[in-house]
Design a protein around this ligand. Sequence first.
Ligand SMILES: [Zn+2]
Length: 406
Amino acid sequence: MLIETFIRKQLRLKAHRVTKVESGGDRMMIAIDRLGNRQLRCGVCRRRCRQVHSVRKEREWRDLSMRQMPLILRYQPRRVQCRRCGVRVEDVPWAEPWARVTRALAHAVARLGRELSWQGTARQYGLNWKTVAGIVQRAVRYGLRNRKRPPVHWIGIDEVSRRKGQVYLTVVYDLERRVLLWVGEDRTEEAVKKFFTQELGKRRCATLQVVCMDMWAAYVNLVREHAPQARILFDRFHIVKHLQEAVDEVRRSEMRRLTGQEKVTFKRTRWLLLKNPWNLTHEQKERLSTLVRWNSPIVRAYYLKESFQLFWEYKQEKRAQDLLCKWMRSAMCSRLEPFKKFVRMLRSHLSGILPWTKLRLSNGAVEGMNNKIKSISHRSFGFRNAQYFIAAIYHGCARLPLPEEI
Ligand SMILES: [Zn+2]
């Protein structure tokens, strides 16, 4: 088979043909022309058109490489007279309108872009970063338009911070299918409302049963307004995080108070206090018990943290509530300001904490995806633009369908 025929078949050309293939240094140039009088399609509505209006100047498209040699397609697109749309540039079968790469290359780039950073993907295909960004954005737009939207029952709302907590994104997961549903800028009521009104809409909001989230008023208000039938469950991992922050704050304020010699002993105790005791090594246990003998605020904080964790084991709501109330009373008597703050937060959110005894659901189910988002954010120094970051998150976590190869 001639290489011209091979390429024509690969590109599935019907109204076009390959006229010449020549190597141009480090690239392979493929000249394409119209095939006889076959009808071309309108670039807007894709209908066949009888009349060709004019010939435009030559354009180039990058295709996949053949043995390291990038293939370049060259063609002079025709303008056709469409009965519906008027005079339009024809639809070329190998590329999206205005794209400068072929569908096959775009597909390969989009696939690799799920595994590698955009820089890495660009390097692999000898493209620049912007081209990859454009391809991924188009793939995401296509995927969002064409993805299946089955009813959702359990969702988790979470926030992702960029640039050390100055900028926030909100992400929403389907906890049943473990897939990202939505990501948007900011974490305000106004911004996240779009998830309920645009992505879900009234009908799909009505099937929500549980919404798992941090104790964050904006999210609570939104659920109450748009899915009043759904139960709010404050996420275990967020509650534990707040608890650990309280321990940490006590430790830090103690450190400030200590004298030089005492400080040396207490250095590097942060992980001793935050870790689960059964994960400590023998030597770490020794150090912890010294710590326990020495300093009472840190010890009180440590015991409070450990005794709170019992809550997660309970299955009867009444008993869990008794335990929690007892715990909150002792925390209030601890003279530790960070813990008092934590108790006040628990008190005003109890109705969303106790359902844990029955629901046993948490955003921990999608922790892997949260980590993936973190690594997307780390490996991409670019992303000054939130839209790129959002596209990368959708691309990596939403399991969107990709545009077809041909
Ligand atoms: Zn048309």
